[in-house]
Ligand binder design. Structure first.
Ligand SMILES: [Zn+2]
Length: 68
C-alpha cells in the first residue's frame, strides 16, 4: 500500500499526473491533492479521475498506469 497524489497542475499535454508518495518527481509538484492509500496505481488513477478526467500515471513511479 502507498499514498498517492495527483498534480493539480496540468502537464503540457493536458494530463494530471498521479504520483506515489515516494516519487522523486513529487517533490517538484507545487499543488497536489491526496488520493488516499492504494495497493495499486490503478485504483489511485480511478480516484484521480473523479476530479480530473484526464489523469495519467507518472512514467517513473506508476509506469504500469502510464499511457501515452
Ligand atoms: Zn511519479
Amino acid at each position: 500500500m502507498a499514498d498517492y497524489y495527483v498534480n493539480d497542475n496540468i502537464q503540457s499535454n493536458g494530463d494530471h499526473e498521479v504520483h506515489k508518495e515516494n516519487c522523486y518527481w513529487l517533490s517538484f509538484v507545487l499543488n497536489k491533492t491526496y488520493l488516499g492509500n492504494h495497493s495499486t496505481c490503478h485504483s489511485a488513477i480511478k480516484e484521480a479521475k473523479k476530479t480530473y478526467p484526464q489523469s495519467n500515471g507518472c512514467y517513473f513511479c506508476s509506469n504500469e498506469c502510464h499511457t501515452q
